[in-house]
Write a protein that binds this ligand. Structure first.
Ligand SMILES: Nc1nc2c(c(=O)[nH]1)N[C@H]1C(S)=C(S)[C@@H](COP(=O)(O)O)O[C@H]1N2
Ligand SMILES: [Mo]
Length: 320
């Protein structure tokens, strides 16, 4: 009953069959729902790793989402070896290497600002009651490359409800862990640490906005932002903040890291917009990782039908 998707082709394709079955036996014995499995698996980190799972740990009972795109997925290898995560180095292949021993367990998210439930929440409580969904999203980096990524997560709106924001909460600000012992990239002042991002409350509550804990039915790899990262598919990649340790509800618009770094190049909204170029390069086209010919970039990364109304009346040239 727990193992609903028995001939899971993708997983069996990419995982050695025997190890795959071992992992499934373990999950069969421990999990009830996908969220419980996530907690169980995240909690049993070392145990599963000891079984030698080739890349990550399986999450079970993941629901399909109607918000998924049907485009061809990027391979696990693309998504886990070509990363932006400056805390682990500025080269695309650095995070996979440098985040190998990053400790994601135990994990605490601090809730602060304009809400009733201020304080520390452990990851288990963040996941409590959630049904995990596979959300196949387009990801468009401001550097003009893109991928199709099968995230596993749940609506950020669910988490926000748990925090009980007050009527003064107009924005939400996220902060990444800043631990120079574990994050060698932070010993270099390429950005002001910790990494900070923000969303307007209506963007944060939008059903497309999710908190991510998995990739390809497995626990999220460290280089992709484990144990908890954001995905907002109509925005450029830098809004997708990784390894979140703090969530703060604010009255004023947060000042995000890349805006601070270069305000003429990166704004707060960062909606994918092929008509507004980056000052140093065009945003009209993109290179899908794994493809040769460039594609046309779509307004709002192709999510315009769902999100354009959030910005009606706004000058998207000024609010880039
Ligand atoms: N903390 C943190 N989050 C981050 C970044 C970063 O450097 N640090 N890079 C961002 C950028 S520019 C992109 S494109 C995405 C990349 O996510 P991925 O590596 O999972 O594809 O992460 C975003 N989140
Ligand atoms: Mo990016």
């Amino acid at each position: 009953m727990l193992i609903k998707r028995a001939p899971d082709i993708r997983s069996s394709e990419i995982t050695d069959k025997k190890l795959y079955l071992n992992r499934r036996e373990f999950i069969r014995a421990t999990s009830v729902t996908a969220a419980a499995a996530a907690v169980g698996v995240l909690g049993a980190d070392t145990l599963i790793a000891a079984k030698g799972a080739p890349h990550g740990r399986k999450l079970e009972n993941i629901q399909k989402s109607r918000f998924s795109t049907t485009e061809k997925l990027n391979a696990w290898e693309d998504i886990t070896s070509y990363n932006n995560y400056y805390e682990f180095g500025v080269d695309k292949d650095a995070p996979a290497d440098q985040s190998r021993n990053f400790k994601t367990q135990p994990w605490t998210v601090t809730v602060d600002g304009e809400c009733n439930k201020k304080g520390a929440m452990n990851l288990e409580d963040v996941l409590k009651g959630e049904t995990l969904e596979e959300r196949i999203y387009r990801h468009r980096c401001v550097e003009a490359w893109s991928m199709i990524i099968p995230w596993v997560g749940f609506p950020l709106a669910n988490f926000i409800k748990k925090c009980e924001p007050t009527s003064k909460a107009k924005y939400i600000e996220f902060t990444t862990l800043y631990d120079s012992k574990q994050m060698p990239g932070t010993r270099v002042p390429v950005l002001r640490w910790p990494y900070v991002e923000g969303l307007r409350m209506d963007e944060a509550l939008h059903p497309l906005t999710i908190l991510v804990v998995g990739l390809y039915d497995e626990v999220l790899p460290n280089q992709d932002g484990a144990p908890l990262r954001l995905a907002v598919p109509w925005k450029y990649g830098f809004k997708h903040i990784k390894s979140i340790v703090k969530v703060k509800f604010t009255e004023k618009q947060p000042y995000n890291t890349w805006q601070e770094q270069a305000p003429n190049e990166y704004g707060f909204y960062a909606n994918v917009n092929p008509t507004v170029d980056h000052p140093r390069w065009s945003q009209a086209t993109e290179r899908r990782i794994g493809e040769f010919l460039r594609r046309k970039t779509l307004m709002f990364n192709g999510y315009g039908d769902q999100v354009a109304s959030l910005y009606s009346g706004m000058d998207l040239r000024r609010n880039y």
